[in-house]
Write a protein that binds this ligand. Structure first.
Ligand SMILES: Cc1cc2nc3c(=O)[nH]c(=O)nc-3n(C[C@H](O)[C@H](O)[C@H](O)COP(=O)(O)OP(=O)(O)OC[C@H]3O[C@@H](n4cnc5c(N)ncnc54)[C@H](O)[C@@H]3O)c2cc1C
Length: 452
């Protein structure tokens, strides 16, 4: 009987398992730690709900909506407050709201008049992205220097904890390249999309941000409940042994297919008949998230937004801050502010490794200057991510080709996860589903049924 082994019980592995189970394909999921969810980790401390890793999901995302419905989680959803659509970016030591309308764009002090004029020239720039263009070169070519420094660079810091000068435009943000290829302009591409939606009579679907009442951990926990007997915790996989006739051995069990969802930087440690050392070249910079609880009166800024991003050119210590108590209800006691500060990333990974006593003073110094903080936190919660997010740098396409090569030459081996199909939770869910579908559609197997 054909069976699938999934290595890693993060959201990628759980997604693969969920989709295999839907088709009654037998599987075992091996997770090294004592819990599922991987980077998704919710803590309840000091009357606060604190996310050590991912803080929210974003829509519209029909695939995620379907999963939430299938898991009966609709009543657990917690949409973001209206304020969460405000985002602040620091310029000259002051947080400014990111403009959301053309009028706000014309009025914002985030960009100079010359930069705004340059930005409006974007539709007339005829050049196309050359191969191996970095994100910084793409942004500077199409949008100019200030939008790179005061929009793209801080967003890349917030999403990838990355550096636009090393990230690949095509690999990290493929839609930008598609927009340019199809419409010769990002502005024209956006106008075209809006026009198409109007023509089709579809109102523009607003971007939504949400989590669950009990935090992000709800999602992996609920999936795991449905998969219960097939998940093995405390079961790190160290060896993948080939057997005859394209079968594989893990922990003494035979499998026809193996899905590797563990982080790329750990895979070279596996004992495998194929070389995975090239995965070591994917950089995973360290990030530390420090969640601090204050009384609201300790801060002069109203914190009426999702958070604040700090462009690297502002020469501050922190990458940015989320305002969880403003984003979602019931994250902190009344009259309190919960701030999650991110430190480190690809530009300053060493900062993420500092002990708390050396980390807190420069963090508080930034919060004093940028948000008007006075006094000490009422509660502190530190979470370290020594290998936080895979960086989609210029060499990532070659790495993906090597993964394809292994899959072709070692039937039954599959790679899924954020090192392959994008870095967000939505990407991870799609990655797990894509590989599960591929296994289901594979012609060479006859599947048995799950023994529940
Ligand atoms: C600080 C931070 C904030 C983030 N914020 C957001 C956000 O707000 N929104 C968003 O969409 N995304 C966010 N992300 C990204 C998101 O967390 C990831 O996309 C997603 O959680 C990755 O899931 P995964 O299953 O691929 O990997 P992981 O979550 O890393 O799971 C891998 C699993 O493999 C297990 N494992 C490792 N080695 C072995 C072994 N040898 N054998 C068996 N098991 C093993 C690990 O224990 C782990 O459980 C954030 C990431 C970080 C680090």
């Amino acid at each position: 009987m054909t069976r699938v082994a999934i290595i890693g019980g993060g959201i990628t592995g759980l997604s693969a398992a969920w989709h295999l189970q839907q088709q009654q394909i037998p599987f075992t999921l091996y997770e090294a730690s004592d819990r599922v969810g991987g980077a998704i980790r919710t803590h309840h401390e000091a009357d606060c709900l604190i996310e050590a890793g991912p803080n929210s999901l974003s829509g519209p995302n029909p695939q995620l909506d379907r999963l939430i419905e299938q898991l009966n989680l609709t009543s657990e959803l917690c949409p973001a407050n209206a304020d969460a659509s405000n985002r602040f970016i620091v310029r000259n030591g002051t947080p400014h709201p990111l403009p959301r309308t053309p009028l706000q764009f014309l009025q914002t002090p985030l960009f100079s008049a010359a930069a705004k004029w340059r930005l409006l020239q974007e539709p007339f720039i005829r050049t196309q992205s050359p191969p191996n263009e970095t994100l910084a070169d793409f942004a500077q070519r199409r949008l100019g220097r200030e939008p790179l420094d005061y929009a793209l660079a801080p967003f890349v810091g917030g999403i990838y904890a990355g550096n636009p000068h090393t990230l690949s435009a095509a690999a990290a943000f493929p839609t930008l390249i598609e927009m340019e290829a199809q419409h010769h302009s990002l502005i024209k591409a956006m106008l075209h999309r809006a026009k198409q939606q109007r023509k089709a009579g579809k109102p523009r679907e607003p971007r939504t941000i949400y989590t669950f009442k009990n935090g992000m951990q709800t999602l992996p926990d609920r999936i795991a409940e449905q998969l219960h007997p097939h998940i093995q915790l405390h079961q790190p996989v160290h060896h993948i042994q080939p057997l005859a006739q394209h079968l594989w051995n893990i922990h003494g069990e035979e499998y026809t297919d193996i899905i590797l969802t563990l982080p790329a930087h750990t895979q070279p440690q596996l004992d495998t008949p194929f070389d995975l050392s090239f995965l070591q070249t994917i950089r995973h910079p360290a990030v530390t998230s420090l969640t601090l609880l204050y009384e609201k009166q300790q801060l002069t800024h109203p914190l009426n937004g999702f958070g604040m991003l700090v462009p690297p050119c502002e020469n501050r210590f922190i990458l940015g801050v989320l305002f969880p108590h403003s984003i979602f209800p019931d994250r902190a006691p009344p009259q309190h502010a919960l701030l999650t500060v991110f430190i480190g990333g690809d530009l300053h990974p060493q900062r993420a490794n500092l002990p708390l006593e050396e980390l807190l003073p420069p963090v508080e110094n930034d919060l004093q200057h940028l948000l008007g903080l006075t006094g000490s936190p009422r509660h502190t919660s530190l979470h370290r991510w020594p290998n936080a997010i895979p960086q989609y740098t210029l060499d990532i396409p070659a790495i993906h080709q090597q993964l394809n090569h292994i899959e072709t030459h070692h039937p039954g081996i599959h790679f899924a996860g954020t090192y392959r199909h994008g870095i967000s939770i939505s990407n991870a869910l799609t990655s797990g589903e894509t590989i599960a579908q591929r296994i289901m559609q594979s012609p060479r197997k006859e599947y048995g049924t799950t023994s529940t």
